[in-house]
Design a protein. Structure first.
Length: 230
């Protein structure tokens, strides 16, 4: 097989693959991670709320989305969001949202469910004594969360958050189903154009493997540092 392996097709295409395709994948990953962590933290606080209705709504949302395949959620948001948007604003025609906005919204809403469970564990890992001490000092609920609980929860859960981000980085490749120009989509188009599927998909696999291994090493180092601090 390697006797017919054409490295030239990779040499000719690596710039567009890396700077356009991989750049797009990293952009969606970082934006989705940021939005997912923020929304996931809010969901985690809702799930831990003493208000039962709020906890039930957050729990139902998390359990519902986690039970549905991500590829199906992408389809749902891509095809249904224009109609939902039109219903919300009272328009007669579907709202033009666009594939990128639809995909980004999907990943934020979907990944927030996983970040929620991670942050919920992080919040629960902070001792109740510190929370009670914050209240004793005159802090309200949001101040206790912002100054006492969440900083420690983020530090404790940072390795796990990054591990979930690695999974998110891999999941972004699913945007090929709505024809967004991510790393896998561009590689697939080049492979079909040049008739070099083995070369292109091998290159994609190597890049994904190298980046995931590098990020995993970062996570391991963070785990060791946090363990030393404790």
């Amino acid at each position: 097989m390697f006797s017919t392996f054409d490295f030239n097709v990779i040499a000719r295409s690596w710039e567009v693959l890396v700077f356009k395709g991989l750049g797009f994948t990293l952009e969606v990953t970082l934006l989705s991670m940021t939005g997912g962590v923020i929304f996931g933290t809010l969901l985690a606080m809702m799930r831990l709320s003493s208000i039962k209705s709020m906890a039930w709504v957050a729990g139902s949302y998390v359990n519902l989305l986690r039970s549905i395949p991500l590829v199906l959620v992408i389809f749902w948001f891509y095809f249904l969001m224009p109609y939902i948007g039109a219903w919300v604003i009272g328009a007669k025609q579907p709202v033009q949202i666009g594939a990128f906005s639809s995909a980004l919204f999907t990943f934020v809403m979907f990944e927030a469910c996983y970040y929620c469970e991670i942050m919920r564990a992080g919040i629960q890992s902070v001792s109740r004594g510190q929370v009670q001490s914050g209240y004793a000092l005159g802090l309200n609920y949001w101040q206790v969360m912002g100054y006492v609980v969440l900083p420690q929860a983020f530090r404790n859960m940072l390795p796990v958050l990054l591990t979930q981000t690695i999974v998110l980085f891999q999941d972004v490749s699913l945007v090929y189903i709505i024809s967004l120009p991510d790393f896998v989509t561009i590689a697939s188009k080049i492979a079909q154009r040049d008739g070099r599927l083995v070369e292109m998909y091998s290159f994609v696999a190597v890049v994904y493997f190298a980046m995931c291994i590098a990020l995993s090493l970062v996570v391991k180092r963070l785990q060791n540092r946090i363990a030393i601090v404790r």
